[in-house]
Design a protein around this ligand. Sequence first.
Ligand SMILES: Nc1ncnc2c1ncn2[C@@H]1O[C@H](COP(=O)(O)OP(=O)(O)OP(=O)(O)O)[C@@H](O)[C@H]1O
Ligand SMILES: [Mg+2]
Length: 285
Amino acid sequence: MKNDDPLLRITNFSVTYDVDPPVEAVCDVDLELQRGEILGLAGESGCGKTTLAYGIQRLLKPPAVITSGDVQFHSANGDIIEIGGLSDRQMRRFRWDKASMVFQGAMNALNPVITIGAQLGDIFKTHRPKMSRTQRNRECGDLLDLVAVGRERLKSYPHQLSGGMRQRVMIAMALALRPELMIMDEPTTALDVLVQRDILRQISQLRREFGFSVVFITHDLPLLLEISDRIAVMREGRIVELDTAANIFHRPQDPYTKTLLSSFPSLTGERGGFVRSGTAKEAMS
Ligand SMILES: Nc1ncnc2c1ncn2[C@@H]1O[C@H](COP(=O)(O)OP(=O)(O)OP(=O)(O)O)[C@@H](O)[C@H]1O
Ligand SMILES: [Mg+2]
């Protein structure tokens, strides 16, 4: 493996929902994700973002059919993993160890009758069975500290936490086994703007600390401009433009990207205001 190898290479990837009439949800997608990169995936509702993410993680169920393509993962330890070639068991391990996912609407997926400490602990029980109880508790506490929920919440039940905290717990779970990639599908959409910003800042910081890559999915383009290194714009199953956040913002090429940008008054009306806000690191360059 060379260091400049991409972490993830998606080639000619297509998914059809085999309904009547069939829906070509993802068409011929080619995409490379670099190590340590935050790649934003933007596009309006129904353009195929979640289908692509599920496809990468082999989580699609009928009527979805992968009609073409490969997904290759270059692990830091030198392993080249062909995702299509993994057994179901290997795939389950891969999903926690190498490439975890925070699902759309995930914060409502916590089990309401089990403490968040126990739900975090279950990940280690399953995937690190030799870990002692003491170490497990320490790891769970560390994770809650890491996402700014705080280890004092280990014994809390989901309903005792705010939406933002529950979402942070989901991020802690995705981080538990130190994956090389986190795919986040609309991870903060249900939260208020300040909480969203706070969580995103934290993801950026954790990324710097641990060096993982992120595929961040949302239809919120302004948000992506703030946090992404590069942005892929998706329309009707295809990636119509892929460029640095700065180029997407200042020099969009595809007409659809321009339309998408112009649909956010905060970007067009107060264009300068957004850039001067100080958080758009890429867009400022
Ligand atoms: N189970 C299914 N059966 C048939 N069609 C489906 C199914 N799931 C998704 N689709 C269709 O596939 C296309 C892509 O859907 P997908 O959920 O991937 O879009 P998305 O970009 O994630 O949208 P959103 O922003 O609303 O989450 C849409 O046209 C959708 O209607
Ligand atoms: Mg979706």
